[in-house]
Design a protein around this ligand. Structure first.
Ligand code: TRP
Length: 460
């Protein structure tokens, strides 16, 4: 979204105040021990929160299908900040997820005035080639363009029926003067996030969307839209257990046994209830109390452990009956790396970040000028030690350039105890970044003629 409408975790608070964001957005803090084969970003606490991530972890554990969706804004140049999501996507891909990459060319047109042609060129030559160089595998990756996938646009339109201008005003701050292409962008993004669940794109399965926390408003919106389309809701019962209720909407009233004048169509309702009780019977609950007339089914013996599996079966039934059967997306949230100057990283300020195609000389210059956590004099530094929480060179090793935790902890220790000087820390960062950038540039050359392998059938 355009800058003025973004949630900017840097503007009004300290960069470290992620706990507050968890509270404010109602996120789940990331519970480390539950992760089976954590990647570097998980281990280092850089991914700090999630929504329904346990659903994805279960899919990984049980070897069942799940998908990953990420989106890129095809404007400007790709820099280190963008690589964090790709590191996660790569990890999910290694765990068996199929990868969908949305090129937000419609959003770039709406909010950055980039033509669709420019967007395509930037996406391929600047972003996708770097995704390939970072190690994304082509066989299970599908890159598509918002402008070229009518199913995404149709879904956006359909989901649009479940929201209104007031909600958009309160989430995004849209006003009377906001142009309508801009207003449509979040709906298209909801279409991006939900469409992998359509039958022709892989069908019903959990989809995880790894993002920076600034994108959470989109995820909250999308989750809300998905749940408003659902035909069956599952709620916790007051006295324990679960309660399934029908959600009667214009589009399902007939199928769920409500006539146009609002009266009950007994036969239809009973047929639906038989189907629901059939689904429930596989779970083997002792007591199931259906009330077709009220549209509720109480299951006192069900626990929140069964909730997800039950929900999944009901979504299948909803699809069978003609509904969309959409699951809310799962998501993970990463912290932002500090900009090299000490404030926000931004592509429009090249001195705040390292671009994927920066030369070694450019990178070295930026690291040398970067904010340091060192003391004023060598004597003081040896005595007091450096401050890793301020030191860009250290943090870039942590976020981007090292994968070896032991080595990183040694460096942290040596710095905090004054054994490594600020200049030496910068040199360490430069050495590691040099290898990283050289490797990336080599791999870019290898892949640049093969980008077609990443494109979906409708992207050519
Ligand atoms: N809005 C995102 C951005 O500003 C781009 C985007 C479009 C996206 N569709 C998405 C991100 C789906 C995540 C998931 O960069």
């Amino acid at each position: 979204m355009e800058e003025g409408h973004r949630i900017d975790p840097w503007s009004s608070q300290q960069s470290t105040d992620y706990q507050r964001l968890i509270q404010k957005f109602g996120l789940e803090p990331l519970d480390l021990p539950s992760i089976p084969a954590p990647n570097t970003l998980h281990r280092r606490g850089i991914i700090f929160a999630h929504r329904d991530f346990d659903v994805i972890l279960n899919s990984i554990k049980n070897n069942t299908n799940f998908g990953v969706l990420t989106g890129l804004m095809p404007s400007g140049k790709m820099h280190l900040g963008h690589s964090m999501v790709i590191e996660q996507v790569k990890w999910f891909q290694e765990q068996g997820g199929d990868v969908n990459v949305a090129v937000a060319d419609l959003e770039a047109l709406a909010t950055r005035s980039k033509s669709l042609d420019e967007g395509r060129k930037t996406a391929i030559e600047e972003y996708i080639v770097n995704y390939a160089a970072l190690g994304l595998k082509p066989d299970t990756t599908n890159v598509y363009f918002q402008s070229k996938r009518p199913q995404v646009q149709r879904l956006a339109f359909t989901l649009g029926r479940k929201t209104n201008l007031s909600e958009f005003e309160s989430i995004y701050g849209f006003k009377g003067g906001t142009n309508l292409a801009h207003v449509q962008s979040p709906l298209i993004q909801a279409g991006d996030i939900m469409h992998p669940q359509l039958e022709e794109f892989g069908g019903l399965r959990p989809i995880v969307v790894p993002v920076g926390v600034d994108q959470d408003p989109h995820l909250r919106l999308t989750r809300g839209l998905a749940s408003k389309t659902n035909w069956f809701n599952i709620k916790n019962r007051k006295n324990g257990g679960l309660n399934i209720t029908l959600s009667i909407q214009d589009e399902n009233a007939n199928a769920l046994g409500v006539s146009p004048n609002g009266s009950l169509i007994r036969e239809t309702r009973n047929t639906v209830f038989n189907k629901i009780t059939n689904v429930i019977s596989q779970f083997g609950f002792a007591d199931v109390f259906p009330n077709p007339k009220h549209g509720t089914i109480e299951i006192p013996g069900a626990t929140s452990r069964e909730k997800f599996a039950l929900k999944f079966e009901l979504l299948k039934l909803e699809r069978y009956l003609g509904g969309m059967g959409l699951m809310p997306p799962c998501s993970t949230y990463h912290r932002f790396a500090v900009g090299m100057t000490g404030d926000k990283m931004s592509s429009s300020k090249p001195e705040t970040t390292i671009f994927m195609d920066d030369s070694i000389a450019e990178m070295s210059k930026k690291v040398k000028r970067a904010r340091s956590g060192g003391q004023a004099t060598v004597e003081e530094h040896r005595r007091l030690g450096g401050d890793c929480s301020k030191d860009v060179a250290f943090q870039y090793l942590e976020f981007f350039f090292t994968t070896d935790d032991k080595e990183l902890e040694e460096i942290r220790n040596d710095y905090e105890n004054g054994r490594i000087l600020a200049g030496e820390m910068k040199q360490l960062c430069i050495d590691n970044a040099t290898d990283w950038l050289n490797d990336l540039s080599e791999k870019r050359d290898e892949w640049s003629g093969r980008i077609n392998e990443f494109l979906a059938h409708d992207s050519h």
